[in-house]
Write a protein that binds this ligand. Structure first.
Ligand SMILES: Nc1ncnc2c1ncn2[C@@H]1O[C@H](COP(=O)(O)OP(=O)(O)OP(=O)(O)O)[C@@H](O)[C@H]1O
Ligand SMILES: [Mg+2]
Length: 358
């Protein structure tokens, strides 16, 4: 396949593909999770509050990918940051393997924190440019007591898992492409042995073909490591590709959730329908892609050979047309093509179809 065909094939459709899943017990559940940001000065504190997440209730099972979709500002990252305990939730429960971690802090939170890891959108800003890839990956495990030797061994294995050479350990982030950096970020997140991996717009900064590779990698990692995955994206086509279930967020609330085939196949909430209406090229579903392929086949199998045949025909007719021209009959193409080598050296028309130059 040429580059253009690869890129077109990499654009996901909104129809969910068949995926292998082994769904296990619940790893994480939120109940009534809310986060309110205070806005403005102390005088108008109450009036300006932003309910970034309100009453969010969801669960994620081992081996499963739950997607959160919604427009920009709908509260997706806020929910993710609360779950990873990067920010304090204002209310509600975050139950990790049966234990509520929403109010834990300090030493009590530390061992639980490692079980939830996030990969962020921007692979360029996620890595310290002054630290080697190896140092970035082993930092987490060493903070949790691993020896440098053990951590390096794990880092080497993880680089293999994300399809990077072990020599990457000694190199710096600027020596890698965006897709490779995102793989490094995934390896770093996995180094600490999480049960839940959160990908917050983790492929949004990548071009479509690299995006497709990273999505496939995340899906493979989920299966191999039996991880629970929370996949946050504003792109419904990306969600359709990797999610088992999906929650749709609008203004901090989940308005609809369920198996991705159900929610995407027959959206019930008006907001979900509006999101679908906004998907660019959403008609490029399975049937339409088949049509595009049919069109391409038609062009290659019928139209291009016809053009080639037309040229052969011209080559074949040329001597006769010249004869007519000699007796005063004009051939429109003969003048334009008069400089082209129309005959084979034997003087007969070549039988091989002529390839169109354009
Ligand atoms: N630290 C903050 N202080 C105040 N308001 C915030 C803060 N972080 C987020 N918000 C607000 O909370 C709301 C939800 O933001 P959030 O980042 O969760 O949205 P999102 O769905 O992740 O958007 P995007 O798709 O653009 O990343 C927005 O209105 C945002 O302005
Ligand atoms: Mg966000």
């Amino acid at each position: 396949m040429n580059t253009r065909a690869c890129c077109i094939a990499a654009v996901p459709g909104v129809a969910p593909p068949q995926r292998e899943t082994r769904i296990g017990p619940i790893v994480l559940a939120t109940e009534g999770l809310s986060k309110t940001y205070a806005r403005g000065g102390w005088l108008k504190r109450r009036r300006g509050d932003i309910a970034a997440a309100a009453d969010v209730t969801l669960e994620i099972r081992r081996g499963e990918t739950l997607g959160i979709v919604g427009e920009s500002g709908s509260g997706k990252s806020t929910v993710a940051r609360c779950i990873a305990r990067l920010i304090e939730p204002s209310a509600g429960r975050i139950v990790l393997d049966g234990e509520d971690i929403a109010r834990l802090d300090g030493n009590a939170l530390r061992p639980r924190r490692r079980r939830v890891q996030i990969v962020f959108q921007d692979p360029y800003r996620s890595l310290n440019p002054r630290r080697t890839v190896g140092d970035a990956i082993i930092e987490g495990p060493m903070n949790y007591g691993a020896t440098r030797g053990d951590a390096l061994k794990t880092a080497t294995e993880l680089l293999g898992l994300v399809r990077l050479d072990a020599r990457a350990l000694d190199r710096y982030p600027h020596q890698f492409s965006g897709g490779q950096r995102q793989r490094i970020c995934i390896a770093r997140a996995l180094a600490i042995g999480p049960d839940l991996l959160i990908a917050d717009e983790a492929v949004s900064a990548l071009d479509v073909s690299v995006q497709a590779q990273v999505l496939a990698l995340l899906d493979e990692i989920r299966l191999r490591l039996d991880l629970a995955m929370l996949f946050i994206t504003h792109d419904l086509r990306v969600a359709a590709r990797v999610c088992d279930r999906v929650a749709v967020m609008q203004q901090g609330r989940i308005v609809e959730q369920g198996p991705v085939a159900e929610v995407f196949g027959a959206p019930r909430h008006e907001y979900t329908k509006a999101l679908f209406a906004a998907v660019p090229g959403r008609r490029l579903g399975l049937r339409q892609r088949r049509c595009t392929s049919c069109l391409a086949a038609l062009v290659h199998v019928v139209i291009l050979p016809l053009i080639a045949q037309e040229r052969v025909l011209l080559v074949t007719l040329e001597p006769r047309l010249r004869q007519h021209a000699d007796v005063g009959v004009q051939c429109p193409s003969s003048t334009a093509r008069s400089s082209a080598p129309l005959r084979s050296s034997s003087g007969r028309a070549p039988f091989a179809p002529v390839r169109p130059e354009d």
